[in-house]
Design a protein around this ligand. Structure first.
Ligand code: PLP
Length: 283
C-alpha cells in the first residue's frame, strides 16, 4: 500500500511515526473512517465535517484545508487502485516530550492515512445477522468525539466473543448507548425506528444520520430517544449502522432472539436504500 504521512506519499514499510508521538503515548488523537465504493467516497461530507468537529472539540488544528483533505482522500484511492474498502485517517497532536500539558502551539500534528480493501457489498453478517451481548459501557464521557482511545471497545468486543456473540451493545444507566464500533437501532412492534438521541454519550454516526433520513423519507416513524435492554430484546427488529458495514441486522441480544430470529424486513430495506442512494451520491 501507499500511505499518506504528513504531506508525503510512502510505501507502508517506510511510513514511520516517532515513539514520542502523542497518539502513541497519550492516545491524544482522533480518527475517521470513510467507506470507498466503486473507487468513490461514501457520505464523505459527513465524515469530513465530523473530523473537523472532533479536532475543534480537542483544540487540534487540521493541517489541510477542506479542499486539500478531499484531494488527499481521492489521491489515496487512486494510488492504491482501491475499488471497495475504507480510508482510515488519524490525526494526533504530534511529537513532543511526554507531558500531560499539550505541546506548544505550532507543534506540527501527525496526519496519517491508509487504505484497507474490504468487500463492503458482500457481507456475510448482513445476510445472516449478528448476535450481540450486552455489556456495561465503561468508556469515557466524551464519546461524541472520535478519539483513538479504543481499549474499552476492544475489551467489550473480546468479552462479547468469549460469550459466544459477535459484538457488544453497551449499556449505561439502564439504557443502550451504542455498539462497540457502530450505532444501535431497534424497530418496535409498532414499526417505529428507535435510535438514541445524540449527546456526549455516543458517537454521532454518519451512517446513522443517512439511515434516519432514508427511513423518514420512506414513511417510517423515527424516534430519537434512549431505549432499554428490555425494549431491545422485545423489539421486532434490531440493527447496527457504521461506515463500512452500512446496515447489519442484529438477530439475538444476550441470547434472546430478536423477532423471528431472521434479519428484519425494514432492516433489509434500509440496507438496500442506503447502498443504492449512497452509491449514487458517492464522490
Ligand atoms: N459508534 C461508534 C463507537 C463507532 O466507533 C462508530 C464507527 O464506526 C459508529 C458509532 C458509527 O459511525 P459511522 O456511521 O460514522 O461509521
Amino acid at each position: 500500500r501507499t500511505l499518506y504521512l504528513n504531506g508525503a506519499w510512502l510505501p507502508e514499510s517506510e511510513a514511520k511515526v516517532s515513539v514520542f508521538d502523542r497518539g502513541f503515548l497519550m492516545a491524544d488523537g482522533i480518527y475517521e473512517v470513510t467507506c470507498v465504493l466503486d473507487g468513490k467516497l461514501v457520505d464523505y461530507a459527513g465524515h469530513a465535517a465530523r473530523l473537523q468537529r472532533s479536532a475543534q472539540e480537542l483544540g487540534m488544528a487540521l493541517p489541510l484545508t477542506e479542499a486539500e483533505l478531499l484531494e488527499v482522500h481521492r489521491e489515496i484511492v487512486a494510488r492504491n487502485a482501491l475499488d471497495q474498502g475504507l480510508i482510515y485517517l488519524q490525526l494526533t497532536r504530534g511529537v513532543a516530550e511526554r507531558d500531560f500539558v499539550y505541546p506548544p502551539a505550532g507543534t506540527p500534528p501527525t496526519l496519517v492515512m491508509f487504505t484497507q480493501a474490504k468487500n463492503v457489498l458482500e457481507n456475510a453478517a448482513a445476510e445472516a445477522g449478528i448476535r450481540v451481548a450486552l455489556l456495561p459501557d465503561l468508556r469515557w464521557g466524551r464519546r461524541d468525539i472520535k478519539t483513538v482511545q479504543l481499549l474499552y471497545p476492544c475489551m467489550a468486543k473480546m468479552e462479547a466473543k468469549a460469550r459466544g456473540a459477535d459484538d457488544a451493545w453497551l449499556v449505561e444507566d439502564g439504557f443502550v448507548t451504542e455498539g462497540s464500533a457502530a450505532t444501535s437501532h431497534i424497530v418496535t412492534a409498532e414499526g417505529v425506528l428507535v435510535t438514541r438521541d445524540l449527546s456526549h454519550a455516543l458517537l454521532p454516526g454518519i451512517t446513522r444520520a443517512s439511515v434516519l433520513e432514508l427511513a423518514a423519507a420512506h414513511g417510517v416513524r423515527v424516534e430519537e430517544r434512549a431505549f432499554t435492554p428490555d425494549e431491545a430484546r422485545a423489539a421486532r427488529e434490531a440493527f447496527i449502522t457504521s461506515a463500512t458495514n452500512f446496515v447489519v441486522p442484529v438477530v439475538a441480544i444476550d441470547g434472546a432472539t430478536v423477532g423471528d430470529g431472521k434479519p428484519g424486513a425494514l432492516t433489509r430495506d434500509l440496507r438496500r436504500f442506503y447502498i443504492e442512494t449512497r452509491r449514487a451520491s458517492a464522490i
